[in-house]
Design a protein. Structure first.
Length: 433
């Protein structure tokens, strides 16, 4: 029996994930999809909508709802984590934590990302421990929960016996953007399965440096077209000169590092912050999900973000289950793929996915202009993981001190105290006597 468990099944993303499984029933013979969430109200709304979706397609698999993690994980082959400790109010607190101190307020990077990591890592590691005891042999944990790379780093270090991988939709969104550009230029349709994007770095801190279609390298065409597009815009996303020099496309999240002043200026227009926007979007989505006639995800789900989420998730499971040996951009342990960088670093890069697991594809290191930033943020990640696991305030202090978006040295303690107090109910490891 093929069983998949989704921890955080009450997420408004879940219907899109269900659609992904419905689209692959001929390849991925799913028997049971278990949706687990501690928020019983949200689980009921989202779960019953998911059940209607599956029923409308002839019930190819069962959708089972539970608030008990052990039941969800028992006998499962795959566990997908898409949870948010503290839900959206905690994300809002993360954003305003940054704003209060004149820092970037964001859920995956800077002080907000660190706060979320400290709350989330113990919860994910607990799931991994339950998998060791209850799941099918060699069951895989697929983590979508942000900060995805940092959480995968924690799993790699503290749950090494649980096969795990971190996934993000940035790479596939970039891939589809490039395909759209190439199709417009050539007038020819490109099969996404024949296209591969080369990416390297950390999650939300990566650079795209290559693109092939049918094995043919067409990166010069892609990057030259992108530079020309930037030069033609009045307010380009990136300085064209920077892209010309690097010959790479930066991950969108690098704006927080390269254009910090612009992001800080935008925060001055809050409210609403992004969390506050999403809170309103989710109210409307959940209201719509209660419609007994609704059997397809509504168009407004795209306002929530996460484009191609179902594609990323189900493609990865399909590649592993069916031993396809195809490449996917994931967050996984380096293991010598970039031999100049430490083996134990979790990187975001293409990897071959088959029944043996996740095998990163060898790549050349990024240039020093990129590596310097990567090294600083990876140092932060390694410190934050240990701080979260052990409730160590000194390590948390060091993590803030080394982060490029963190506070000045004389402000670190004030920010840390604020962070731990703001999220005290979700950080018991830091408050033990």
């Amino acid at each position: 029996m093929l069983k998949v468990a989704v921890i955080g099944g009450g997420s408004t993303y879940t219907p899109e994930l269900v659609n992904g499984f419905l689209a692959r029933t001929s390849e991925l013979p799913l028997d049971e999809l278990w949706l687990m969430d501690i928020d019983e109200g949200r689980l009921k709304i989202v779960g019953e909508f998911a059940q209607r979706m599956v029923s409308a397609r002839g019930k190819p698999f069962k959708v089972i709802l539970t608030t008990e993690q052990h039941k969800a994980i028992q006998g499962t082959s795959y566990v997908i984590t898409q949870l948010r400790v503290g839900q959206m109010p905690a994300r809002r607190d993360d954003e305003y934590l940054g704003k209060r101190h004149g820092l970037i307020g964001q859920e995956t990077t800077g002080v907000g990302g660190m706060a979320k990591a400290l709350r989330t890592i113990p919860v994910i590691l607990n799931i991994a421990q339950d998998m060791l005891k209850l799941a099918a042999p060699d069951a895989m944990l697929i983590n979508f929960t942000n900060p995805a790379g940092l959480i995968t780093q924690a799993l790699s270090k503290h749950a090494p016996n649980v096969p795990s991988v971190g996934v993000c939709n940035v790479s596939i969104t970039t891939k589809m953007m490039i395909i759209g550009y190439l199709e417009q230029e050539s007038g020819q349709i490109i099969d996404p399965d024949q296209a591969n994007l080369k990416t390297l770095g950390l999650n939300h801190l990566s650079w795209h440096y290559g693109f092939t279609v049918g094995g043919k390298d067409i990166w010069p065409q892609v990057i030259d077209g992108y530079i020309a597009q930037l030069k033609a815009e009045d307010h380009p996303e990136w300085d064209p000169r920077a892209v010309e020099v690097l010959r790479m496309i930066p991950n969108y999240y690098l704006q927080y590092y390269y254009h910090t002043d612009k992001k800080l200026a935008a925060q001055e227009n809050w409210p609403p912050s992004r969390a506050e926007e999403v809170i309103d979007i989710e109210k409307d989505l959940l209201r719509g999900y209660t419609d007994p006639n609704l059997v397809e995800p509504p168009a407004d789900l795209m306002k929530r973000g996460g484009a191609y989420y179902s594609t990323v998730a189900t493609q990865l499971l399909n590649a592993h289950y069916n031993n396809l040996g195809v490449a996917h951009v994931v967050n996984t342990r380096n293991n010598g793929a970039v031999k100049e960088w430490p083996e134990d670093w979790v990187l975001e890069l293409p990897a071959t996915v088959d029944r043996k697991g996740i095998c990163p594809i060898p790549a050349k290191p990024l240039p020093p202009a990129c590596f310097g930033l990567i090294a600083s943020v990876k140092a932060y990640e390694l410190l934050a993981v240990e701080a979260a696991v052990h409730g160590d305030r000194d390590l948390a202090y060091q993590a803030l001190l080394v982060h490029p978006l963190g506070p000045k040295a004389d402000k670190v303690q004030a920010v840390l105290d604020d962070m731990l107090t703001t999220h005290k109910k979700y950080l018991p490891q830091f408050w033990q006597s």
